[in-house]
Ligand binder design. Structure first.
Ligand code: ZN
Length: 499
């Protein structure tokens, strides 16, 4: 149970639940997750709800300002969630007579979600995928790759272009799958690779691997034919393609294959991996890989008690696991930094919020007090509260400038495609996270006493809010948006510096 908002909230209004197309009520509906928008006059209104780790806020909770008719005046803040009918009923009761309202999203007006491919369109790794940036405008891809097709697609690139190299990662997943990643563009010397991208840490975020693989496909095709790339209204020259490849790209297209296999077969909006160590049925199965990295992982110790950057509960979507890097997927992700010691820029591809997040994610940034940092035990128990002065995370001002500059360039490119709007945001937004891929990437330099390369870490959340299963139109738009984003992210990174 959460405490309701206090009476200090002004302008009390009735809670409204707007339901569309749901008869609701049968027993079988109890675990079905329904997309809901919560609205409130300020983002702070959502803090008590976000602190409850039984609710599902997607990749990370994001409160977005909503403006009416494109004007600059802010109307309200919106928080997307996926809730069961019981949770909706509970919250509706809890927040009646407050400024917070719940609105169920209309599902009936949406087209069917994009299908998962059947069979293997890449014919056991003998046919290379073809991206949208090297094909005629209006060309579309007919389905999302199934798990087998993802590896077949990468093998297709290897066999057709000869310049892509795959490698096996050291740890097998809980269900015994062997994981792989690949590198391209800078030859055989692994110290020449400066860009690292990964996808499908969260299983249900469909299209992530496709976005990444089609982009690599475009780079290779354009490089070979001497052409440029076109994503909607955004174009790139062949010289830019060659420049991006020369930066050296490492890509890990499916970080969570057990979860993806389960999600693709069950359609259950599955997020975590499939480890049953802490729970063997229903929602208690699995660890959130994006809370399992070794960055302030033991959050009950490091964060303020009122912050909830992850969860100790196995049934939560943000369950942090049994130890930092307890999961094979996490260890494999980390092993890539050891194999490619000069990685400088990292991008983790998620959905679905429409933003680029930059460091840090544990608290607000500050560049004045070097002693106030994630390694200092002085601040244990104080981290993670946005808007206070007890703790803010240290980031050197030059780094703060760099990470923001590249995030802005990425978002500008994604908007320039002409499909939808994206925003940049510091990863903490209003709500802290612990153990995430992006913060881990950036923290390594300090936690390893400057003995490893500094890595700027980003999270891209493509697509539309809590819309993890895109329609076919959205799936194709996501490919265009993300691929332009990857291009300008890489170009801006090159401009800031790879060494
Ligand atoms: Zn995610």
């Amino acid at each position: 149970m959460r405490l309701p908002f206090t009476a200090s909230l002004a302008a009390l209004q009735s809670l409204v639940v707007v339901a569309h197309g749901h008869a609701g009520g049968s027993d079988s509906d109890h675990h079905v997750l329904l997309p809901v928008q919560l609205r409130a006059p300020t983002a702070e209104h959502f803090l008590p709800i976000v602190s409850n780790d039984t609710y599902d806020f997607g990749c990370r909770p994001i409160a977005r300002p909503v403006t009416a008719d494109g004007s600059s005046s802010r109307q309200y803040f919106e928080l997307h969630a996926l809730l069961t009918r019981d949770q909706i009923a509970h919250l509706s009761h809890e927040y009646r007579s407050t400024d917070v309202s719940l609105h169920e999203q209309t599902l009936t007006k949406r087209a069917a979600t994009a299908p998962i491919g059947t069979g293997d369109r890449f014919q056991s790794g003998t046919v290379a995928p073809k991206g949208l940036g090297t094909q005629a405008s209006g060309t579309t891809i007919a389905s999302i790759m199934n798990l087998n097709e993802i590896s077949s697609a990468v093998n297709g690139l290897v066999s057709v272009y000869k310049t892509v190299t795959t490698f096996t990662l050291p740890y097998k997943t809980f269900e015994g799958r062997t994981q792989f990643a690949a590198y391209v563009g800078a030859g055989t010397d692994t110290s020449k690779y400066h860009l690292y991208l990964s996808a499908a840490v969260h299983a249900r975020e469909r299209g992530g691997p496709d976005n990444l693989i089609y982009w690599i496909s475009d780079l290779l095709s354009a490089n070979k034919t001497g052409s440029g790339l076109t994503y909607g209204k955004k174009t790139y020259t062949n010289a830019q393609v060659k420049s991006v490849l020369a930066a050296g790209i490492v890509f890990f297209p499916v970080v969570n294959p057990d979860g993806v296999a389960y999600d693709q077969s069950s359609g259950s909006l599955w997020r975590k991996n499939r480890n049953t160590k802490s729970g063997s049925s229903g929602a208690s199965v699995g660890v959130d890989i994006n809370r399992n990295f070794d960055f302030l992982w033991n959050f009950p110790k490091y964060f303020a008690s009122s912050a909830s950057p992850a969860s100790t509960s196995p049934s939560s979507q943000t369950f942090y696991g049994t130890a930092a890097q307890s999961e094979p997927e996490t260890k494999n992700h980390v092993s890539v930094y050891d194999k490619f010691p000069k990685i400088r820029w990292f991008m983790d591809v998620h959905s679905a919020a429409g933003d680029i997040l930059y460091s840090w994610g544990d608290d607000e940034n500050q560049s004045t007090n070097t002693a106030m940092n994630f390694l200092s035990s002085t601040y244990d128990g104080k981290r993670g509260i946005v808007g206070d002065t007890a703790y803010k995370e240290y980031i050197p001002s030059a780094d703060a400038t760099n990470v923001k500059k590249v995030a802005d360039a990425t978002v500008a490119a994604m908007k320039a495609v002409g499909g939808r709007s994206y925003i940049t945001q510091q990863a903490v937004g209003l709500y802290a996270t612990s153990g995430a891929t992006d913060d881990y990437a950036f923290s390594r330099y300090w936690s390893k006493s400057g003995q490893v390369n500094k890595v700027y870490g980003y999270t891209m959340e493509f697509g539309y809010s809590t819309n993890f299963y895109p329609t076919l139109t959205e799936f194709n738009q996501n490919i265009l948006d993300t691929n332009a984003g990857f291009m300008d992210w890489a170009l801006a990174a090159i401009s800031v510096g790879l060494e």
